[in-house]
Design a protein around this ligand. Structure first.
Ligand code: MOS
Length: 734
């Protein structure tokens, strides 16, 4: 029998069972329980499933920016050794409702290519090499059409998008008048380029049919919703699709939704009656999954001479394929980060024949705070104020846009403690004043903020007759530590050691979980596990014949009223319960976000312009920390992304075709070990009773938010050069 507990976050949860603390697991920096499997090569990733009778697919791309497909000649490919078939289903490929993409109307025979590298067919062969070789011999006949490859010159054509989770245009007060009246004003434009998530593991899928039921071994962040997308793309019922995604080598947004390889693999497997594995090459991941959109951001700030903001205007333009409505929500943190009774934040969208835009780590904040936090630095200088001080005096009492209270907000304390840990008081505010030989040394800082969200999530927890527990949910571990955290929560609530707990993730035949996205994964899936364990505790209390409050569970034993028995003796054949967490009114009634402060030191070579990040210290407040090691790793990883955004990361689009020119890791420069200094991360103690029963908040995308601006601000302090076009490559500094 499986009972279930559901909690909707309409009211705060002031007391948490996690504070009972019989196992002392919560917050402990436990190593990842899946770590040994991964380093030993025994964690099976999506491209590694060895199935009998497997055939290999390789994607065929249209090598043109905007065109109409007039024919696909497969004769030469079909003659190649080992080739089984070339599967073409343009309607399904082109309408592929991948992440960020809408499900377009049927193309009715007019097959439009909207970006260079779009997938049009799949070659299937006995080996991967044969398929790849033959794919190069498929001839796609195309009729070129004029394309939209120019961004800057067409900015006025940007339109207000329909809007999804973020309202595209918001305003309060009278920002134009307030700006005109403000004694001190800043008005400047920042740009950020297209970026790629560049997850370590490329997208890969193996599709197997049994009758009309499809199983996919794939690499996903959100199996529960990916299953829906895949069913929609293939025109089948979701309950006939099973996704297995046990280990995922990073996603950072690029695996929130399905990508072309799974649709192609599924179609080919159905046609051939054989399992088909399709692995995207690194170049195909860059060409044909999703990008973070480039942005154009104009920021205007108005304040009195005392630095108190009266006006915040943040107008942004991002880009996407014509007809797509997803926009980069670059102004989301500007909604609430600083005071100012007059504000306007807009998101407009410019159609481009560039690769589809979608989410990449901290969609919104990551790009938006590169601008906002650099603007705050410039404004502080204009006001003759310390940039930490400017942020502190503009730390609002309540959400300045919606007029609702914050849940927990410790921005000022992050700024103060971060400044102390870094030694900010020793910084010389005069740009270019500190030089050590050839190197100019500078210090910069920025705030961090990332909205906190809860996602509906369900989990089942069972205790077997042997007293071991099993956790099941289709939640994923994308390298973030989900396996470990869910074991810690289960262990704490059921009084079990982590090694007595089996956590099974990423299989859509188990209860649908939150998935890993939007920094909600740990809190949402953790809350569902918490609720399942709470229900189990009630059952155990009944079996013990005691009240729940009297029950102590510790080291596999149930203890109450001077009686202590092994859990296994109470559960009979086994006990099971399900937990479901749902977002509720508190997301609207309280502005929920995690906060932080970044401080860094850079060295800029006065001769070559080379930038080295020398030191990085960040302080974060993100509710209860569930595992200090995995949390720290998330924050460090985010900061590394921020360093990349500041200094090197940029997808270069060919102005003639929109083609991503630098479509691999040799040409798209993510920071490597030598680019990253020791990063010091501090967490402030915090409990957020408005967020969820764990009282935790998201932090997977907190580290990246603001981090790049701290680097930019430090470069200015080192050199006196303000660059507003990211990335800040050395050619722009000289
Ligand atoms: Mo995130 S961009 O929601 O993986």
């Amino acid at each position: 029998m499986s009972d279930s507990t559901t909690l909707k976050m309409d009211v705060p949860v002031p007391a948490s069972l996690l504070d009972a603390g019989t196992q002392g697991l919560i917050g402990r920096p436990l190593d990842r329980i899946d770590g040994p499997l991964k380093v030993a090569g025994r964690a099976t990733y999506s491209a590694e499933y060895a199935l009998p009778n497997l055939a290999y697919g390789f994607l065929v791309q249209a090598k043109v920016g905007r065109a109409r497909v007039t024919g696909i000649d497969t004769a030469a490919a079909l003659e190649m050794p080992g080739v089984l078939d070339v599967v073409i289903d343009l309607d399904t490929f082109i309408r592929n409702p991948q992440q960020g993409g809408s499900n377009k109307a049927p193309t009715q025979g007019v097959e439009e290519i909207h970006y260079f590298g779009q997938v049009v067919a799949i070659v299937v062969a006995e080996t991967f090499e044969q398929a790849r070789d033959a794919a190069a011999r498929v001839h796609v006949a195309l009729e070129d059409k004029p394309g939209l490859f120019e961004f800057d010159a067409r900015l006025e054509e940007a339109h207000k998008p329909k809007g999804g989770s973020t309202e595209p245009h918001v305003a309060t007060g009278d920002p134009d008048r307030a700006l005109a009246e403000a004694p001190v004003v800043l008005d400047a434009v920042w740009t950020t380029p297209s970026q790629n998530s560049a997850a370590m593991e490329p997208h890969a899928s193996t599709a197997v049919w049994e009758g009309d039921a499809l199983t996919v071994y794939g690499s996903y962040q959100m199996p529960a919703s990916d299953k829906q997308q895949l069913a929609q793309a293939l025109g089948m019922k979701p309950n006939k699709v099973r996704i297995i995604s046990a280990y995922v080598g990073g996603g950072f947004g690029s695996k929130l939704g399905i990508a072309p390889e799974v649709v192609a693999a599924a179609l080919a497997a159905r046609k051939l009656g054989r399992p088909v594995k399709t692995v995207m090459s690194r170049q195909q991941v860059f060409d044909a999954t999703v990008r973070r959109s480039n942005t154009h951001q104009r920021i205007r700030l108005g304040a009195g001479a005392d630095g108190r903001l009266t006006t915040v205007v943040h107008e942004t333009v991002s880009s996407n394929i014509e007809g797509e409505e997803y926009f980069e929500p670059a102004g989301v943190s500007t909604h609430f980060l600083y005071a100012g009774e007059n504000r306007r934040i807009t998101h407009d969208l410019l159609p481009m024949d560039w690769l589809l835009s979608g989410s990449m780590r901290a969609p919104g904040e990551a790009a938006g705070m590169l601008a906002l936090e650099a603007a705050m630095d410039e404004f502080a200088e204009k006001l003759g104020m310390d940039p930490v001080e400017l942020r502190k005096i503009n730390d609002p009492e309540q959400d300045p846009l919606k007029g609702v209270p914050f849940s927990t907000r410790q921005l000022t304390r992050c700024l103060d403690e971060g400044a102390a840990a870094f030694g900010w008081k020793d910084r010389n505010p005069t740009p270019g004043a500190r030089r050590e030989g050839e190197w100019l040394v500078g210090h910069g800082m920025a705030a961090s903020a990332r909205s906190n969200h809860l996602q509906e999530s369900q989990a089942r927890v069972s205790i077997g007759a042997d007293g071991r527990a099993t956790v099941e949910t289709d939640m994923t571990d994308i390298g973030t530590g989900t396996y470990t955290i869910l074991a810690q929560i289960t262990g704490e609530l059921l009084g079990l050691r982590p090694e007595w707990i089996d956590v099974r993730l990423g299989d859509t035949d188990t209860p649908p979980g939150a998935g890993s996205g939007g920094s909600w994964g740990a809190s949402s899936s953790g809350s569902s596990v918490y609720l399942a364990c709470e229900a189990l505790r009630a059952k155990i209390a009944t079996a013990m014949g005691c009240a729940e409050e009297e029950l102590t569970l510790k080291d596999g034993r149930a203890i109450a009223q001077n009686r202590s028995v092994p859990l296994s003796s109470l559960v009979g054949e086994g006990l099971s319960a399900e937990g479901t967490i749902k977002p509720g009114k508190l997301e609207e009634e309280r502005r929920q976000a995690s906060y932080g402060a970044h401080f860094c030191e850079v060295r800029v070579n006065a001769v070559t312009g080379e930038v080295r990040v020398n030191r990085f210290v960040s302080t974060f407040a993100a509710g209860r920390i569930l595992n200090e090691k995995t949390a720290r790793s998330q924050c460090i990883g985010g900061i590394v992304f921020g360093i990349g955004a500041a200094l090197t990361e940029e997808l270069v689009h060919d102005p003639r075709s929109g083609r991503v020119v630098n479509h691999d890791l040799a040409e798209y420069h993510v920071p490597v070990n030598a680019d990253v200094p020791h990063i010091e991360v501090h967490f402030l103690p915090e409990r957020d009773q408005f967020a969820n029963p764990l009282q935790s908040k998201g932090l997977g995308e907190l580290g990246i938010s603001g981090a790049g601006a701290a680097v930019a601000n430090a470069i200015y302090n080192a050199t006196g050069v303000r660059i507003r076009d990211y990335p800040l490559t050395l050619d722009k500094l000289l």
